[in-house]
Design a protein around this ligand. Structure first.
Ligand SMILES: [Zn+2]
Length: 158
């Protein structure tokens, strides 16, 4: 379910977003309409929240892997069948799309699992954390956060 976000100052609709999706980066953004600064609800500032434990969870990728295998199996099965109500040239189209999507899903999830297992993901998160710590040394940014109701602990500011 996507949620609409309106500028807290002028009320203009700025974007729609998925609350479950998150991006790591600066929390503040300037409204394109009125120019006032707002907190972007899509963003997470890692040095304030810490690295979310579910970044290292493998179950979502195992789930995608299983879905990928299922798509390939379905596609393979459909390739050998005549589908009623599907025009001739289209007969092979859907099964091939299933198989390609399945392969992409499997490769992408295996990549993510390897990244978690080998520490590549941890390295990436550490890099994002370091970028976040650097932002906390930016006095103007910290002041903006404070104005918008987000306190930055003293130890992060130096
Ligand atoms: Zn605005």
């Amino acid at each position: 379910m996507s949620v609409e976000f309106h500028c807290p100052s002028c009320g203009k609709k700025l974007f729609e977003y998925e609350p479950r999706m998150r991006k790591y980066g600066p929390l503040t953004e300037d409204c394109k309409s009125c120019g006032k600064t707002y907190i972007d609800p899509r963003r997470v500032e890692l040095s304030l929240t810490g690295i979310p434990a579910d970044e290292y969870k493998m179950s979502p990728y195992v789930f995608i892997l299983v879905i990928g295998a299922f798509l390939i199996w379905r596609g393979w099965y459909m390739l050998g069948m005549y589908q009623l109500g599907v025009p001739g040239p289209m007969q092979k189209f859907l099964p091939v799309v299933f198989i390609i999507l399945g392969i992409v899903a499997i490769l992408a999830s295996i990549y993510e699992i390897i990244m978690i297992k080998t520490g590549g993901k941890a390295k990436k998160m550490q890099k994002l954390m370091e970028e976040s710590r650097q932002r906390m040394k930016n006095h103007a940014y910290v002041e903006k956060l404070k104005d918008l109701g987000i306190e930055v602990p003293e130890e992060l500011r130096q």
